[in-house]
Write a protein that binds this ligand. Structure first.
Ligand SMILES: Nc1ncnc2c1ncn2[C@@H]1O[C@H](COP(=O)(O)OP(=O)(O)OP(=O)(O)O)[C@@H](O)[C@H]1O
Length: 609
């Protein structure tokens, strides 16, 4: 549960964002205030008219003059309201847009662990709905709250000037309203927070089901998905109803009590006039002013609700903005004297935020230009280990170094140019094939693009409707799993990194294409240190050496043949890889054969001696 803060503590945080637009907001406030003063002045014109001219034989000119003044005041009020809008709308949208951009920027910076924890819908609703609320509140709610308060204060002062007795009756109604508004504020804050969080969860569900529509359809789970969505939507509806009920009750209280007070006031007013203690003009002006004051009082429920919703929106916004980015560049970044690509894990340990330690004492040295396959049973932490290299996660102990420099000592920007990654689960962005491939090297030449596509055997890109300019990703052409993987692999290669980290990037390829990719990869990887998670014996074959991840540590390193001969766990893991058993039998036969012939040769040698 988020920490509860006071309204002013939350709203104060908006200050740096609204500072540049304060003059315009102030002008908007002045316009709105002047509009209210115009409205408050109209009853005074009536008072002067009634007291001064509305009696038998009184001057008729005054009626016309008063009518013109009232008309002028009405027109001025309308003009000032329009002016308020003019002053605030543009700057409020600017603030909204800037806050949205800074939120997006912060989301880009935040760690992968943060994104693991937060539902996408929660972030989406913060970026869109919450900031939308805020804009509306800045442009209207906040200004009207100030103007309404001032209008009520000025109006009540005028009412006191007309008749202090009647004003006191009116003011007596304010006491229960204030008590009730305190209760309302507390309850409404809770329910509005709940509703905004539920809306975020609902957005996450929509997002997930849109992404997983194929699975839902294939498994015939659309009905269940709908039922689940319906339940969530119903919860949100109930919360919205609760919100509306709170607001309606508040509006009832703030409408009814002043009306009651006015009723009592009317009786008292007539008595005062009959006793000669109040002029008719003042009585009319009192009720005219009370009508002007009653409107903002009735509106205060809506304004208070808007203010509380805006506060919740602000709190939700700053919950994200206050989350620090823990993966940052050091104050004095270091770079290796010579970038050769020696990658080392030195007693490295790691655990996800919410889990036990997954990796511990991981020690592994990969020589510059070497290709090391990483093998382990499923769920052993291979992907996690890989992600420590580009600092998608940081080690919790020990270190990962490149050419002797801790990856945490590199500037984040430089590390991205040294290390490139390709994941099994590929993400393509809604842009052209070219832009997707050159994501890590936007300035790369057309030749680099062609080479990357060639190595990844992604020649299919040239046959797409617009060649490498074809729009792919969510808004573009759908590619097959294998095509997507090859584009992602091309992306990693095009970045021309010194260290390449590949998380089983060939899993969706057919055997023939995989062989072609591997043959080309071997050529281009000669100068690139590569750590590759292997789920297939054919991927293992790409590597110079293999590291075995077992119980969170590297327990063996060697060539495939060495490990096969000497390590039972390795044999077990290899046997469980795709198409493993068949190849394993074959390889074990070959190995036995090799060992037999070595033995024969040794015996023959001994016999000769
Ligand atoms: N973001 C996460 N938060 C918490 N736990 C996670 C997260 N990602 C993975 N895990 C857990 O960490 C463990 C290791 O996951 P990882 O993906 O590194 O395994 P792996 O060896 O690559 O598996 P596979 O061979 O199946 O791809 C698993 O138990 C997994 O459930």
């Amino acid at each position: 549960m988020a920490k509860q803060t006071s309204f002013f503590t939350s709203v104060k945080r908006l200050y740096p964002h609204v500072k540049p637009i304060l003059p315009r907001l102030f002008m908007g406030l002045v316009s709105a205030l002047l509009a209210s003063i115009m409205a408050l002045a109209i009853p005074q014109v009536l008072r002067v008219l009634i007291n001064g001219s509305l009696h038998p034989g009184g001057p008729t000119d005054a009626v016309w003059i008063s009518a013109v003044v009232v008309l002028a005041l009405g027109i001025a009020e309308a003009g000032l309201v329009a002016l308020r809008r003019q002053f605030v709308i543009n700057p409020a949208t600017t603030v909204e847009s800037r806050m949205r951009v800074s939120l997006y920027g912060h989301l880009q910076d935040l760690t992968v662990s943060f994104h693991d924890r937060w539902g996408s819908g929660q972030l989406l609703s913060r970026a869109m709905t919450d900031l939308n609320f805020l804009r509306r509140w800045m442009a209207f709610g906040a200004i009207m709250l100030v103007v309404t308060t001032l209008t009520v204060v000025i109006g009540v002062a005028v009412m006191f000037a007309m008749s202090w007795q009647l004003a006191l009756i009116f003011l007596a109604a304010a006491v229960p309203i204030m008590v009730y508004s305190f209760r309302f504020r507390r309850r409404f804050s809770l329910v509005t927070r709940l509703s905004q969080d539920q809306a975020g969860d609902l957005a996450t569900t929509v997002e997930e089901s849109v992404h997983g529509i194929r699975v839902l359809k294939a498994f015939g789970r659309s009905r269940e998905a709908l039922e689940n969505f319906n339940e969530q939507a119903e919860e949100l509806r109930q919360t919205e109803i609760a919100k509306a009920k709170h607001q309606a009750t508040f509006t009832l209280v703030v409408t009814l009590l002043p009306e009651l007070a006015l009723g009592v006031g009317l009786v008292a007013g007539v008595l005062l006039v009959s006793m000669g203690q109040l002029s008719i003009g003042s009585l009319v002006a009192f009720f005219g002013t009370a009508a002007v004051v009653a409107a903002p009082v009735e509106f205060s429920g809506t304004l208070l609700a808007m203010a509380l919703t805006a506060k919740t929106a602000l709190d939700r916004h700053f919950e994200v903005m206050d989350t620090p980015n823990t993966i940052t560049s050091p104050a004095n970044p270091r770079t290796p004297k010579e970038l050769r690509g020696a990658l080392s894990f030195k007693a490295a340990g790691f655990g996800f935020d919410d889990g036990a330690r997954l990796l511990h004492d991981v020690t592994l040295d990969i020589r510059p230009g070497e290709t090391m396959a990483l093998v382990g049973i499923t769920g052993s932490g291979k992907s996690a280990l890989l992600q420590l290299v580009p600092r998608l996660y940081d080690v919790s102990e020990g270190s990962v170094t490149i050419d002797g420099v801790d990856v945490r000592d590199f500037s984040v920007e430089q590390l991205k140019t040294v290390v490139a990654v390709a994941f099994e689960d590929t993400t393509l962005f809604s842009s052209s094939v070219r832009d997707n491939v050159l994501l890590g090297a936007p300035d790369a030449s057309e030749e680099a693009l062609e080479e990357a596509l060639d190595v990844a055997q992604a020649h299919f890109a040239y046959s797409l409707p617009d060649g490498v300019g074809t729009l792919i990703g969510e808004e573009g052409l759908s590619l097959s799993g294998g095509q997507r993987q090859r584009i992602a692999l091309a992306r990693a290669i095009a970045a021309k990194p010194k260290v390449l980290v590949l998380d089983d990037p060939l899993s969706a390829l057919d055997v023939n294409t995989e062989e072609l990719v591997e043959a080309r990869l071997r050529e281009v990887l000669r100068d690139t240190t590569t750590l590759i998670v292997a789920h297939r014996p054919s991927t293992v074959a790409l590597a110079d050496r293999v590291a075995l991840l077992e119980n969170g540590s590297i327990t063996a390193v060697g060539t495939h043949t060495e490990l096969l001969a000497n390590n039972a766990h390795y044999r077990y893991v290899i046997a469980s890889l795709d198409s493993g058993p068949k190849d394993l039998d074959l390889e074990l036969d070959e190995l036995e054969h090799e060992l037999d012939s070595e033995q024969h040769m040794d015996q023959a040698g001994e016999g000769r001696r």
